[in-house]
Design a protein around this ligand. Structure first.
Ligand code: CP
Ligand code: NVA
Length: 300
């Protein structure tokens, strides 16, 4: 068994194997072939934040694999009333076979893995979103036929998405260029690692980052938990948007990606989003196939 706590814990080989399995599971699902690889297994899904894609893709995913999923909202669990994660880990390990958790602190996910005895999958923390990036890499491979040698440009807040995209992009041989306002850069250690292990830049200049990009990516200006800063962030991020001017400097066949939910008129214009809806909703669909592959890999 293994955990998916953050993407940097997984080797390029493990990432590629997971993407290959996701491709296979997707093709077979489309062909009506069922794979009950996790027959009889139970997935516990702990949510301390809202979710549409992560919740539904994991729940449908475990069902497709022959198992069942339990939606565990922190509003109802005793962790919402202060029961330590160390105890929750040991209790749930005796009931379910694997856990997916969406929470605020990365430390909580690490602690769950330390105290539990079953695989733990990170379904988003303030630090990273590895499951989303596996689906993203799968979508890039689908649309571009490869990842190696492509330029990935991320425009916006240096947040959980950015951190995981940097790791996934560099590990899969992409050039990664981030454009974000000063003071909103991604994790400093990850940026250092990226510069030492591949082609990486971080700048305030959106057009410089987007120049010649094969993939343009953005995410919300204010993440879950930052609602109180939303108004202030609107001012700080107002130019950090994927719009036609940005598209004009990118590769003319550039694809546009967004983890969703999107705020039209903020980080992306409605026009660009709709023009690239095919890519963006393939990306959302691929959460299902990628998450199934992650569960299988973690249970091996
Ligand atoms: N992209 C993503 O994780 O979506 P949800 O917040 O709806 O799960
Ligand atoms: N950065 C966003 C991602 C949502 C999938 C957030 O954390 O809210």
């Amino acid at each position: 068994m293994k955990h998916l706590l953050k993407l940097s814990d997984w080797s390029t080989e493990e990432i590629k194997e997971t993407l290959d399995l996701a491709d296979k599971l997707k093709a077979e699902k489309k062909a009506g072939i069922e794979h009950h690889i996790l027959k009889g297994k139970t997935l516990g899904m702990i949510f301390e934040k809202s979710s549409t894609r992560t919740r539904v893709s994991f729940e449908v995913g475990i069902h497709d694999l022959g198992g069942s999923g339990l939606f565990l909202s922190s509003r109802d669990l005793q962790i919402g009333r202060g029961e330590p994660i160390e105890d929750t880990a040991r209790v749930l390990s005796r009931y379910v076979d694997l856990i997916m958790i969406r929470t605020f602190e990365q430390e909580k996910v690490e602690k769950l893995a330390e105290y539990g005895s079953i695989p733990i999958i990170n379904g988003l923390t303030d630090y990273c979103h590895p499951c989303q990036v596996l689906a993203d890499l799968m979508t890039i491979r689908e649309h571009k036929g490869k990842t190696e040698g492509l330029k990935l440009c991320y425009i916006g807040d240096g947040n959980n998405m950015t951190n995981s995209l940097i790791v996934g992009g560099i590990k899969m041989g992409m050039e990664v260029a981030v454009a974000c306002p000063k003071g909103y850069e991604p994790d400093a250690e990850l940026m250092k690692w990226a510069s030492e292990n591949g082609k990486f830049t971080c700048t305030e200049d959106i057009l410089e980052a987007a120049k010649g990009a094969d993939v343009l990516y953005t995410d919300v200006w204010a993440s879950m938990g930052q609602e109180a800063e939303a108004e202030e962030r609107k001012k700080i991020f107002k130019n950090y948007q994927i719009n036609n001017s940005v598209m004009a400097v990118a590769n003319e066949k550039a694809m546009v990606m967004h983890c969703l939910p999107a705020h039209r008129g903020e980080e992306i214009t409605a026009e660009v989003l709709e023009a690239h809806a095919n890519e963006i909703f393939d990306e959302a669909e691929n959460r299902l196939h990628a998450q199934k592959a992650v569960m299988v890999k973690c249970m091996e």
